[in-house]
Design a binder for this molecule. Structure first.
Ligand code: E4P
Length: 215
């Protein structure tokens, strides 16, 4: 399973990329707005740190607007992945970009039928938002397993990028289902490496080592 980082914070991306755990990055307009830095400059900076796909989202509503923005964003770096909304216009733009060799990530996917259309449009990634389903009292993980089942039925190449990940169990269950990618908030990525028994075990080993070497 690939790990993407769900952030536009350059320092954090730099730091975590150094651990060899970052396969790509996803951004969205809210994440970019929070960073307070120019959009294109931010994408350029991220692309120079991370080799894998870096999702940059278009804001237009129509096919023409989306393609215009996508062309600009694609010029930034080879690993820019154009993030498009899962709408009819977004699907049309996806087909066009796919046919022109551009990576795409269809975002804000909330149903299996949307995911089927995303696959038909030839997208590189489909992004079902798990946490936002959970927020409205539905089980977001069900959509991941249903998409997985349907994609397997037809040998679909589009990769399932589980998004809106909120906690460890989301990551664990996505791995069990076989999601291709999880995009993880940085704080969660660090948390995932931690276990109280690991911390306790290190302390015990250190103390025993100190005792043995002080004799
Ligand atoms: C994915 O590409 C999105 O940026 C992200 O996962 C959205 O997560 P949120 O629902 O926590 O905003």
């Amino acid at each position: 399973m690939l790990f993407f980082l769900d952030t536009a914070d350059i320092k954090t991306i730099e730091k975590l990329n150094n651990y060899g755990l970052v396969d790509g990055v996803t951004t969205n307009p809210s994440i970019i707005a929070k960073s307070g830095v120019d959009f294109k400059q931010t994408i350029q900076a991220i692309c120079s740190i991370v080799k894998g796909p870096v999702s940059a989202e278009v804001m237009g509503d129509t096919f023409d607007e989306m393609i215009k923005e996508a062309n600009e964003l694609s010029k930034i770096a080879k690993n820019v992945c154009i993030k498009l909304p899962t709408t009819m216009e977004g699907l049309k733009a996806c087909r066009y970009l796919t046919d022109h060799g551009v990576q795409t990530n269809l975002t804000l996917c909330f149903s299996v039928t949307q995911a089927i259309m995303v696959a038909k449009a030839g997208a590189t990634f489909v992004s079902p938002f798990i946490g936002r389903w959970d927020d409205v009292s539905l089980n977001g993980l069900n959509i991941i397993s249903d998409i997985k089942k349907v994609y397997q039925n037809y040998n679909v190449k589009t990769k399932i990028l589980a998004a809106s990940i909120r906690h460890n169990v989301h990551v664990l269950e996505c791995a069990k289902i076989g999601a291709d990618v999880v995009t993880i908030p940085p704080a969660l990525l660090e948390k995932m490496s931690q276990h109280p028994l690991t911390t306790q075990g290190i302390e015990i080993f250190k103390n025993d080592w100190k005792l043995a070497n002080s004799k």
